[in-house]
Design a protein around this ligand. Structure first.
Ligand code: NDP
Ligand code: 2IT
Length: 455
């Protein structure tokens, strides 16, 4: 086959797979978006290596190995019965047990869980650690719920989930709306049902009962370590840079903290209601107290910092001039218009702390315009990487120091960066880390799938 007809065949293969995904998973736009971005990157690989098509790799990759949907009944504080829907997608176990977080947010449905689970396969592959891809969640909304309600709901969720997970089968962790508190309740319920203390069934546990030091910080710190590599490649650094970090949850808080430690001037963060701008630099301590400890809204911040301003609406945050933007809240929070504004205002680098925070158009715009762009699968892989380190520590029944974990995290983020750059170079898309990360993540999974036969 000539080179151009091989490229055409690869393009046709990708398009036919995408068409199947759309028709088999109707009304799931987030899943379609994740698949579209990924498949598009693979054309040069498929052109050069027809074996992936011969082995039906894409057909198998886009179909979850298993997906469960279940009823989660619980009783609220008024004595009323509530029913939520729970999900777990076990997408791909080629490289290890299914691994990925659990999200509690009213927007959760099958399409969200599938998009997250699909991306998790390649993110986990990029870490270089032995973990497959999975994800779970529920449409439960923790906002405004009492501690008791959250506990009752979370226990009911685990009462069904427990039969699907295990230290060598599937190991969930946190995501939006699921932090140390929820992981603790899930762990307790699993232990009660199973009648044994199996530390390796969940990660993100408290350090008192098998959690890893550094897991809380890992995603945010890892994202900043990744962006640090991108900046260094252009002879730049965080020092003195104006940084915007959307969200004010787990990923955002620790991205802000590490950026500040590296000398950055973090000027804004947000929640789902609005954003704060603090020209004196965000006080991460105040954000932690408000959001982590007291579970309040970010609007409260201005009560403690008279120089700061609160604005309703979270998308306005991208109007602020900055050098580096780290979207760390949720999917599709940064669209083409926001991307254009950021570039007009001189942005130099983007690091995706959240999963799929940039729309396809925004991402393509940044890449085309030569803005350093760290895609989610690579830039936010630090969280799941330290989760895998937590699994190792649990298996060995010992724990590493914070410094040991942080050193490993830095090395992992560096490796992910290098491998993404090399993959992009090798397949003729130098400088495009979106494609590089997709290709590097894909190759390891695809080659291991071939080795394991048609399963
Ligand atoms: P948290 O629940 O701790 O925080 C989420 C933050 O994002 C909150 O500030 C929340 O605001 C905001 N947010 C949530 N939904 C929306 C929305 N629809 N519009 C605007 N803002 C929103 O979650 P995490 O920090 O753990 O997760 C943030 C992102 O990072 C997600 O995309 C997640 O998938 C991703 N991620 C998380 C990892 C982890 O280890 N936790 C690892 C890798 C990626 P509010 O308080 O108003 O809800
Ligand atoms: O999106 C993610 O990588 C996570 N929510 C973390 C998953 C994990 O298993 O630590």
């Amino acid at each position: 086959m000539s080179e151009s007809s091989a490229a055409l065949a690869a393009q046709n293969y990708v398009e036919s797979i995408y068409g199947q995904v759309v028709s088999r998973n109707p009304n799931e736009p987030e899943f379609h978006q994740a698949v579209q971005e990924f498949l598009h990157s693979l054309v040069p690989v498929l052109t050069e290596h027809p074996k992936y098509q011969e082995h039906g790799i894409l057909e198998r990759l886009v179909e979850p190995e298993r997906m469960v949907s279940f009823r989660v009944p619980w009783v609220d504080d008024r004595g009323q019965v509530q029913v939520n829907r729970g999900f777990r997608v076990q997408f791909n176990s080629t490289l290890g047990p299914y691994k990925g977080g659990i999200r509690f947010h009213p927007s959760v449905y099958g399409g969200i869980v599938k998009f997250l689970g699909f991306e998790q396969i390649f993110k986990n592959s990029l870490t270089g650690l032995p973990i497959g891809g999975g994800k779970g969640g529920s449409d439960f909304d923790p906002k405004g719920r009492s501690e008791q309600e959250v506990m009752r709901f979370t226990q009911s969720f685990m009462t069904e989930l427990y039969r699907h997970i295990g230290p060598d089968a599937d190991v969930p962790a946190g995501d939006i709306g699921v932090g140390a508190r929820e992981i603790g309740y899930m762990f307790g319920q699993y232990k009660r049902i199973r009648g044994g203390h199996e530390a390796g069934i969940l990660t993100g546990k408290g350090v008192l009962y098998g959690g890893s030091l550094g897991r809380t910080e890992a995603t945010g710190y890892g994202c900043v370590y990744f962006v640090q590599e991108m900046l260094a490649a252009k002879g730049s650094s965080f020092d003195g840079k104006r940084v915007i970090v959307s969200g004010s949850g787990n990923v955002s808080v620790y991205a802000m903290e590490k950026a500040q430690q590296l000398g950055a001037h973090v000027i804004a963060c947000s929640d789902s209601n609005g954003y704060i701008y603090d020209p004196d630099g965000i006080s991460v301590e105040i954000v932690k107290q408000l959001k982590e400890r007291d579970r309040l809204r970010i609007s409260e911040y201005v009560k403690f910092r008279p120089g700061a301003i609160y604005q309703e609406g979270c998308s306005g945050i991208w109007q602020l001039p900055c050098d580096i933007a780290l979207p760390c809240a949720t999917q599709n929070e940064l669209d083409l218009e926001a991307a254009q504004t950021l570039l007009r205002n001189g942005v130099q680098a983007i690091g995706e702390g959240a999963n799929m925070p940039c729309t396809l158009e925004a991402m393509e715009f940044f890449v085309e315009r030569g803005v350093s762009f760290g895609p989610a699968k690579a830039a936010n892989a630090g969280g799941v990487a330290v989760s895998a380190l937590e699994m190792s520590q649990n298996s060995m029944r010992l724990s590493w120091t914070f410094e040991e974990v942080d050193a490993k995290l830095q090395e992992i983020m560096k490796n992910i960066y290098t491998r993404s750059v090399q993959a992009a170079d090798e397949y003729g898309v130098s400088g495009n880390l979106v494609a590089g990360a997709n290709i590097a993540g894909f190759l390891k999974v695809a080659d291991a799938m071939i080795a394991q036969g048609i399963v």
